[in-house]
Design a protein around this ligand. Structure first.
Ligand code: ZN
Length: 216
């Protein structure tokens, strides 16, 4: 039995149940009803000890190596990381990152890369299938790869840069199909399948890829 207590951040609210999550830094966040006692919260965390350990191990091993010489793939294209000066830069198969604060520099260039890449994909499908897309936005969303509003504006998480080309294409097609149909009805999936016949396998592969949501 592990006697060491797990540190956690407690957020009380008007909710009725407990929930627990591990953020990108490996910190445990517990959400609990206002009236829940400290013992009940501690017991809840203890019950999930193994799950927390697993989740932390997964996050630790999943973090990308940003040291010089390491390889990183953006939309499936490999880049070798090298020391640069100032802002991050992609050039000739290399990703130049400054010596300090590499994660922040990487985030900034991924936002740019995601904007160019996802916009190009959207344009390609708009030209081929006549979708109406009002705007493409890039967000820092962790919970979702993309979203579409009723005005036809599509948002993509910059974290899509860590996905493969096929996965990014599926996300673009999925959101573009939402410009015609905002639900997930059988007709919606049929429309997705017409453009991407193997979408089910690609969609399934995204579940395993969701760990990249916590890389930055
Ligand atoms: Zn959807």
């Amino acid at each position: 039995m592990n006697e060491e207590k797990i540190a956690y951040t407690l957020i009380r609210s008007a909710r009725k149940t407990f929930s627990l999550s591990v953020n990108g830094e490996g910190e445990v966040v517990v959400r609990a009803p206002r009236g829940a006692g400290k013992d009940a919260v501690d017991a809840f965390v203890l019950q999930h000890e193994r799950w927390i350990a697993k989740r932390r191990a997964l996050l630790a091993q999943a973090k990308p190596d940003l040291s010089d010489g390491a390889l990183i793939k953006l939309y499936g294209v490999p880049y070798i990381i090298a020391r640069g000066h100032g802002r991050a830069r992609l050039s000739g198969g290399m990703l130049f990152l400054p010596a300090e604060e590499r994660e922040a520099a990487l985030t900034a260039i991924l936002k740019k890369r995601a904007r160019a890449y996802m916009t190009a994909l959207v344009r390609e499908y708009v030209a081929a299938y006549g979708f109406r897309c009002a705007a493409v936005r890039i967000t820092s969303a962790r919970g979702r790869w993309g979203s579409c509003n009723e005005k036809g504006a599509i948002s993509f998480s910059f974290r899509t840069a860590f996905l493969s080309e096929a996965q990014a294409r599926y996300i673009a097609v999925h959101e573009l199909c939402h410009t015609r149909q905002l639900d997930h009805s059988p007709a919606f999936w049929q429309a997705v399948g017409k453009i991407m016949p193997d979408y089910a396998a690609v969609r399934a592969s995204l579940r395993a890829a969701s760990v990249v949501m916590y890389w930055l």
